[in-house]
Design a binder for this molecule. Structure first.
Ligand code: SF4
Length: 66
């Protein structure tokens, strides 16, 4: 399963979040941190990044990093 799941599926984001999410819009759900997180310049950023302030604290990032 790993490597096949997108961040919005893993994090359970519904349309209210995905419609504004650059990772979803750019279909970058497996590398969201490059687009919507710590390394991205696109706005708005991921809601979890905004909340945590750091992708390394995110469950999806940790899942992908292990
Ligand atoms: S906080 Fe970062 S790693 Fe987690 S879903 Fe958002 S952009 Fe991706």
């Amino acid at each position: 399963m790993k490597g096949k799941v997108n961040c919005w599926e893993f994090m359970g984001c519904k349309e209210d979040k995905t419609k504004k999410c650059p990772a979803f819009i750019k279909n970058a759900g497996k590398v969201c941190w490059l687009v919507a997180g710590a390394m991205g310049n696109d706005k708005p950023r991921c809601v979890f990044f905004e909340e945590l302030g750091d992708c390394t604290k995110c469950d999806f990032y940790r899942y992908m990093d292990t």
